[in-house]
Design a protein around this ligand. Structure first.
Ligand code: SDX
Length: 431
């Protein structure tokens, strides 16, 4: 006999309201309040959505207390260690690991969408040379809706798929060209004989004056960084993409909105802010000063790369990223990198400090990524564009999932209004 559905009883002014409770595959139960306003005439209040599930999803799951992250059920550590980014892209998009034939077909499709419409190169030239690459990416990705009209009809599943492939394929080209433009070097076109990560490294670092050989160790590290950033439940930028998509906006406009949100230092911009912070700390002996500032309620300073809305344990991506940092720096012969020494000591001191332990603040994905990226030759301004490149598949998979739900509707939160009550206009001479 099936169990009776779980419900919660809410009592307001002596009236009882039964609210359904839904149980997930993993994680906390959810209280379904969709009918609450209609039944009880009240809203719920949750600024920052700390206790609110915005949707159903089958893509990614995070257990913040245990420091677990899975994509379609597969732990991030196994995917980072045994898979590669385009295979993870297939998994996120289609729900299962591909067969060899499916993977070959998918990689071939992505490879053949890496070039940009030649006229899009003009967009880059409209920016100042000192534009932040994220500003360029927001502009150019949004402008894709002006060039790829044949994949903007979101009601057509085939157009949704083509748009998904175009975005995954073209983001490395857009990010690399944004970088090349800001350093005054010519654009380097993608090559079909290179894998995804190698293509990106070559488009960033090759110059026409000489051949560029991709270092396979750096290419593997780059691919792993892409995988570690691919998706992360309903984070701020993914929620932005879902909300933009709920109005029926085209995929390129939705992803441009996600890029804009990711740019903030509290979110994807933290990798750049974290490396800048490590440079400001400069040496191990200055760490205590910054730990004290991070604990000072009157000081807005926070340890960049530390803390997380969901993880109240080590971010499993940070663990893999630290291993990768050790490998890459050793292979590049910079294992005594002073920034890595500061970061490792900062992590050790912070994790033993009562304040950080009490608030369960651990290193997150952004804490070590900047150290690797700088060792690979990227300027700090390219850290968040690389995060955006990696997260495009997550945004697109979540976008696709939302559009596939026939019950989805426009997102339109309400508010707790504390402003003036109704009052009459007064002429200026009477004010
Ligand atoms: C990403 O959501 C995602 O999944 C994001 C992401 C993804 O993959 O999409 O994982 C990527 O954005 C990682 C986070 C990168 N941001 C940073 O590293 C910036 C530094 N971190 C903080 O800004 C903060 O930890 C947040 C924004 C990440 C989380 O903020 P919350 O959940 O709103 O936590 P909070 O700000 O309410 O902090 C709780 C307490 C506060 O103290 P009290 O008000 O309770 O006294 O912890 C303190 C905070 O002051 N705190 C910190 C701190 N982070 C939180 N104190 C010092 N240094 C920090 N870094």
């Amino acid at each position: 006999m099936s169990e009776a559905p779980k419900t919660a009883t809410l009592t307001i002014d002596g009236e009882n309201y039964e609210l359904p409770i839904h149980s997930p595959t993993s994680g906390p139960d959810v209280l379904d309040i969709r009918k609450l306003y209609g039944q009880a005439g009240v809203f719920t209040y949750d600024p920052g959505f700390t206790s609110t599930a915005s949707c159903e999803s089958t893509i990614t799951y995070i257990d913040g207390e245990k420091g677990i992250l899975t994509h379609r059920g597969y732990p991030i550590g196994e995917l980072a260690g045994q898979s590669h980014y385009l295979e993870v892209c297939y998994l996120l998009l289609y729900g299962e690991l591909p067969t060899a034939a499916q993977l070959e077909d998918f990689e071939s499709t992505i490879t053949r969408h890496t070039m940009l419409h030649e006229q899009m190169g003009n967009f880059f030239r409209g920016f100042r040379r000192d534009a932040h690459p994220m500003a360029v990416m927001v502009g150019v990705v949004g402008a894709m809706s002006a060039f790829y009209h044949d994949s903007t009809d979101i009601s057509d599943p085939r157009q949704r798929e083509i748009a998904s492939h175009r975005l995954i394929a073209k983001m490395p080209t857009i990010a690399a060209w944004a970088y090349k433009y800001t350093i005054g070097q010519p654009f380097v076109y993608p090559r079909n004989d290179l894998d995804y990560a190698s293509n990106f490294l070559r488009m960033c670092f090759a110059v026409p004056a000489e051949e560029y050989e991709v270092n396979p160790i750096l290419s593997r590290a780059m691919d792993r960084i892409f995988t570690l950033h691919a998706d992360h439940e309903q984070n701020a930028s993914t929620s932005t993409v879902r909300l933009a998509s709920s109005s029926g906006a085209n995929p390129f406009a939705c992803i441009a909105a996600g890029i804009a949100c990711l740019w903030g230092p509290a979110h994807g911009g933290a990798n750049q802010a974290c490396l800048e912070m490590l440079k400001e700390i400069g040496s191990v002996d200055r760490i205590p000063e910054f730990i004290e500032r991070a604990k000072d309620k009157n000081d807005p300073f926070r340890l960049m790369g530390f803390g997380h809305r969901v993880y109240k344990n080590m971010d499993p991506r940070a663990t893999v990223m630290k291993q990768s940092a050790d490998e890459v720096l050793e292979l590049l012969g910079v294992e005594d990198n002073p920034l890595l020494q500061v970061a490792t000591e900062l992590e050790r001191i912070a994790l033993s400090d009562p304040y950080f332990k009490e608030k369960k603040l651990f290193p997150n994905v952004d804490f070590y990524s900047g150290i690797i990226l700088e060792a690979m030759g990227f300027p700090t301004s390219m850290f968040t564009p690389i995060f955006a490149l990696s997260r495009t598949v997550g945004w697109i998979s979540q976008w696709k999932e939302q559009l596939s739900d026939p019950a989805h509707k426009i997102g339109r939160p309400r508010q707790l209004y504390l402003g003036e009550d109704v009052r009459s206009y007064t002429d200026i001479e009477n004010r």
